[in-house]
Design a binder for this molecule. Structure first.
Ligand SMILES: [Zn+2]
Length: 344
């Protein structure tokens, strides 16, 4: 009997989906007076999308910097631990073995990541502190400049020309020593170049898009994609910067980005970094939204891929576009798990 498409999605999802970039901690922190938000607010979507592992990012918004950076970051991590403690459906994982145990127990494995090292100030010692709390992947910058380096801007050119600072170089070396994966998402082109010269470990870009379809320096060029491939790394495809134009911000365009990466570095180099943040964006006052749009860019959201419950739509589309089971499994989880096994 021929398998139905829903049956095939069920089978492909049985091993769970890995999304390596989700700004969960900002929201848990903002909802700190509403304990239980992880279960009441997020779990239903994770379950509907068969999510089995997430990279959850520490990110400190401009309004808290610089004075409150460290404090807010630690509060975010504390909220995560407090939320996870209240349920047996999640596990904060510091090793590959615990990720596998969590997945086997049908828990959602959470790996703590950092998007911008503002919380460290210029104190390398704090990186060790965050490592002990579970930090396992670090992106040096968001779009702004910090003590480590500068981010890529949301325009085709014009990012800061300078690369990493001495502190940024120290952070990369210390990450290597501790076993923290370097994430090249957001870094400016010169910073990207500096990092690849400093480390020989597998490198990842947790959430980004191809400049081929959306030419801004926040996204990555074909040349940069090839470097990630040569390092045995993974490019996580972002759901919110697939196009500059709302009309072509579609699930098909998302899959175009996946195919583009595969065309350059093969099926082993691509994963998911959805970066779902429409819910965060919608919570912002109109004024802040306009401000953000002018400072960064006005994001467009893919209508049928705006939160984790939509993961099945992606798998459906991958099937429709002719991907094999083996290929789909690598995209949905296998490639991320391979890199995590190698690095953690
Ligand atoms: Zn980001």
């Amino acid at each position: 009997m021929k398998e139905s498409i829903e049956g095939r999605i069920d089978r492909l999802h049985a091993g769970g989906i890995v999304d390596f970039h989700f700004d969960l901690l900002i929201d848990l922190y903002e909802k700190r007076d509403r304990p239980g938000a992880l279960v009441s607010h997020f779990l239903p979507e994770f379950e509907a999308g068969d999510i089995s592992m997430l990279g959850v990012a520490i990110y400190v918004e401009d309004r808290y910097l610089p004075e409150m950076g460290l404090r807010v970051a630690l509060d975010q991590v504390a909220r995560l631990y407090a939320e996870v403690e209240q349920t047996n459906q999640f596990a904060i994982c510091k090793t590959f073995a615990t990720i596998e145990q969590a997945r086997a127990a049908k828990k959602i494995a959470l790996v703590i990541t950092m998007e911008g090292v503002e919380p460290l100030g210029e104190d390398l010692n704090l990186l060790r502190g965050f490592y002990e709390l579970g930090l396992r992947s670090v992106g040096l910058t968001h779009a702004r400049r910090n003590a480590a380096g500068s981010g890529g801007i949301f325009k085709p050119s014009g990012s800061a020309r300078d690369g990493l600072t001495n502190f940024g170089r120290d952070v990369v070396r210390e990450c290597d020593r501790l076993g923290i994966i370097i994430d090249l998402a957001h870094i400016n082109p010169k910073g990207f170049e500096d990092i690849i010269g400093l480390t020989s470990k597998p490198l990842i870009v947790s959430h980004t898009n191809a400049r081929n379809f959306y030419d801004i320096e926040r996204n990555i060029s074909d040349e940069q994609i090839m470097i990630i491939g040569q390092r045995g790394g993974v490019v996580g495809v972002n759901a919110i910067l697939v196009s500059s134009d709302a009309k072509t911000t579609t699930l098909d365009r998302y899959v175009d980005h996946i195919e583009h990466v595969i065309g350059l570095i093969g099926i082993d180099g691509v994963g998911i970094g959805f970066d779902f943040c429409e819910y965060l964006f919608e919570q912002l006052p109109e004024k802040v939204r306009t401000e953000l749009a002018s400072k960064l860019t006005k994001p467009h959201f893919i209508p049928d891929l705006t939160n984790h419950s939509h993961a099945r739509n992606l798998t459906h589309k991958l099937i429709e576009r002719g991907f094999s089971d083996e290929e789909i499994e690598k995209i949905l989880r296998g490639n991320w798990l391979r890199v995590l096994e190698e690095c953690l």
